[in-house]
Design a protein around this ligand. Structure first.
Ligand SMILES: C[S@@+](CC[C@H](N)C(=O)[O-])C[C@H]1O[C@@H](n2cnc3c(N)ncnc32)[C@H](O)[C@@H]1O
Length: 274
């Protein structure tokens, strides 16, 4: 059943609060993963030297920094004050704003990008339409591939599914829809974007599995909340089974694991109404 408006508002408030407490952990660890999709996202939006680009939901600024090193002129926004502070400290021109209501004129930017934002939006169509409003050329977003294609995060799915803590994460939209071509294309169409292009990007992340377990627990809202709700003994057992599963399939040298990661990068242009 689709979530009600009230549930979506509760999901939005929960997301906002979650990122305020997880920004530092996210910056220290999860950006090691998301960085792998930054160049594909910028390529999809056609970002080169001189492009006036907006990075929506910049977080600590991974994508904005990559755009800056291409010579783009970058402005960033995030709804979390903690993330804004981190991005500013990395030298990025950042202001606090929600994707659903951007403080910019219509068509203000050549390119608008949003790395791994869409599955955090209570109302993805509205959010994407607002990104499109402020863009005069191509809007590009990245979303995670299915858990099977993206073990860097997907392996946690089986750990979390074994827990019965649905109450610690409020119901939100079904973001798993966007990993396939039809799902992301309908999202873009509903947001008024046409000429949709879809790419898939793959990379790997080499980590110590126990450290990665703790990093994901600290730096991501949903998996983090579920793991935080587990009693200490159960969490220790989950950690052991996670490490075993990761080593069984992805062991590399010195006790590390090399986890495959994958994302869908989609872009489109606004269907102009003037
Ligand atoms: C998974 S992080 C992605 C950060 C960065 N783009 C990256 O690729 O590493 C999601 C970010 O979206 C921000 N966010 C969530 N909902 C938002 C909204 N409605 N408007 C703006 N930012 C939002 C969070 O504060 C967080 O910084």
């Amino acid at each position: 059943m689709a979530p009600t408006d009230e549930q979506l508002d509760a999901f939005a408030a929960w997301e906002r609060a979650s990122w305020e407490t997880r920004a530092t952990s996210y910056a220290q660890s999860i950006t090691e993963l998301t960085r792998g999709a930054a160049d594909a996202l910028l390529d999809a939006a056609g970002v080169t030297a001189g492009t006036a680009m907006l990075d929506v939901a910049t977080g600590p600024g991974v994508v904005a920094l990559a755009a800056g090193s291409r010579g783009a002129s970058v402005i960033a926004v995030d709804q979390s004050q903690a993330m804004v502070t981190l991005a500013r400290s990395a030298g990025i021109d950042t202001c606090r704003a929600g994707a659903e209501r951007l403080p910019f004129e219509t068509g203000a930017f050549d390119a608008v990008v949003a790395g791994f934002l869409v599955n955090h939006l209570p109302r993805p169509v509205e959010g994407l339409a607002e990104l499109a409003r402020v863009c005069r050329a191509r809007v590009a977003v990245s979303v995670w591939e299915t858990p099977a294609e993206n073990p860097a995060l997907g392996l946690f799915g089986s750990v979390v599914r074994s827990l019965d803590f649905a109450d610690c994460v409020p119901p939100g939209p079904d973001s798993s829809l966007y990993a396939d071509d039809a799902g992301i294309t309908s999202l873009f169409a509903a947001a008024g974007l046409v000429d949709v292009r879809i790419d898939r990007v793959r990379w790997t992340l080499t980590v110590a599995p126990a450290m990665w377990f703790d990093a994901v627990a600290a730096g991501t809202p949903r998996t983090g909340a579920v793991l935080a709700a587990a009693p200490a003994e159960q969490r220790a057992a989950l950690l052991r089974s996670y490490v075993e599963a990761a080593r069984a399939s992805y062991r590399s040298a010195d006790g590390m694991v090399t986890l495959p990661a994958a994302a869908v990068v989609a872009s489109g242009v606004r269907c102009r109404s003037w």
